[in-house]
Ligand binder design. Structure first.
Ligand SMILES: C[S@@+](CC[C@H](N)C(=O)[O-])C[C@H]1O[C@@H](n2cnc3c(N)ncnc32)[C@H](O)[C@@H]1O
Length: 264
C-alpha cells in the first residue's frame, strides 16, 4: 500500500527456460508463463545465431496472449581475446545488467509482467539470474525451469545421467582442458576446443550438437575411436552454419574393483 492507501503493483519478471532447441521442449508451465507476459525482452546475439532468436519468436507467437509487445536489445560484445577472462565476463555482465534495468524501468508499467526466454534451463550455465541480482530496482521475479541440453543429450543417447549412487561433475571445456576429467562421469559444456581429446582410453563419450533441432548430430563410442569423427563433424557443421553448440558426457568404464563392490 502507498501512503495514500492505493495498492502499489510491483513489476514482475518471468525467467522462462525454453528448452535446448526443440519447440516441444517447452513445458506447460513455460507456455503458461509466456501467455502471462505483457512484454518480452529479446536479446539478440547477432546474425550467426539467428536460429536461437527464431525459436524464441516462434514460441512467443505460439503461446503469447495478445496484446503483448516485444522489445529487442543487442547483446553486448564480450572480449574473447583477452587473457583477463574474469574481468571480461564482469564487464559483459554489468552491461547486460544495464539492459535488464532499462527494460524494467522503461518498458514495464507497474503491475505488468516482462519475460526473458532463457535457452535450456536458467539454472545451468546461464548468467541471467546472477545478472538480475546486480540490478538495483524494485521488481519481483519467478523462474520457470526448462529442459537443459544435458537432459536432451542423455535422452537422445538413451543413457542415464547418473549411475547408481555415483556423482556427476558438470564443467566447462576450458576446465576440462586444464584439469582433465575430475570424476568418473563428467558433463562438459561450452567447449570450443574438443577438450575430450585428453581423456584416457577407458573413457566413453556421448556427444551431441544442435540437440533437439533438425541439425542434431549424435556420436558415441570410446573416445579413442570416435574423437576424430567428432572433430571432423564439428568442424564441418560449424563452417556450414556459422556457429555450433555441443555438449558431451565423458564416462569412465567401471574398474574391476568397483564392479566387484557393486555386485556384492
Ligand atoms: C551458455 S550455456 C547454456 C546452457 C543452457 N542453459 C542449458 O540448460 O543447456 C551454452 C552451452 O550449452 C550447451 N548447449 C545448449 N544448447 C545445446 C544444444 N541444443 N545442443 C548441444 N549443446 C547445447 C553447449 O555446451 C553450449 O556451449
Amino acid at each position: 500500500m502507498s501512503g495514500s492507501g492505493t495498492l502499489v503493483q510491483v513489476k514482475r519478471l518471468l525467467i522462462i527456460g525454453i528448452g535446448a532447441g526443440d519447440p516441444d521442449h517447452l513445458t506447460f508451465q513455460g507456455a503458461n508463463a509466456i501467455a502471462a507476459a505483457d512484454v518480452f525482452l529479446l536479446v539478440d546475439k547477432g546474425e550467426a545465431k539467428d536460429d536461437l532468436t527464431r525459436l524464441r519468436r516462434d514460441l512467443i507467437a505460439a503461446h503469447g496472449r495478445e496484446p503483448y509487445r516485444i522489445v529487442e536489445a543487442r547483446d553486448p560484445e564480450r572480449d574473447r581475446t583477452t587473457p583477463a577472462y574474469t574481468a571480461a565476463v564482469e564487464d559483459w555482465r554489468s552491461r547486460r545488467a544495464q539492459i535488464y534495468a532499462s527494460f524494467i524501468a522503461d518498458d514495464l508499467a507497474d503491475g505488468q509482467s516482462g519475460a526473458l526466454l532463457v535457452w535450456g534451463d536458467p539454472g545451468v550455465y546461464d548468467s541471467t539470474l546472477a545478472v538480475l541480482d546486480e540490478i538495483d530496482a524494485e521488481f519481483d521475479y519467478e523462474v520457470v525451469p526448462g529442459i537443459s541440453s544435458i537432459s536432451a543429450l542423455t535422452a537422445r543417447h538413451r543413457v542415464a545421467l547418473t549411475r547408481v549412487g555415483r556423482p556427476v561433475h558438470i564443467t566447462t571445456g576450458r576446465r576440462l582442458a586444464a584439469e582433465g576429467p575430475t570424476a568418473d562421469d563428467v558433463v562438459v559444456m561450452l567447449d570450443a576446443a574438443c577438450s575430450f581429446t585428453g581423456a584416457g582410453e577407458d573413457h566413453h563419450i556421448y556427444w551431441g550438437a544442435y540437440l533437439g533441432t533438425p541439425d542434431e548430430i549424435l556420436i558415441s563410442g570410446p573416445v579413442t575411436e570416435v574423437a576424430d569423427r567428432i572433430r571432423a563433424a564439428r568442424a564441418e557443421a560449424r563452417a556450414r552454419k556459422g556457429w555450433i553448440m555441443d555438449t558431451y558426457l565423458l564416462r569412465r568404464a567401471p574398474s574391476e574393483d568397483h564392479r566387484r563392490t557393486q555386485n556384492k
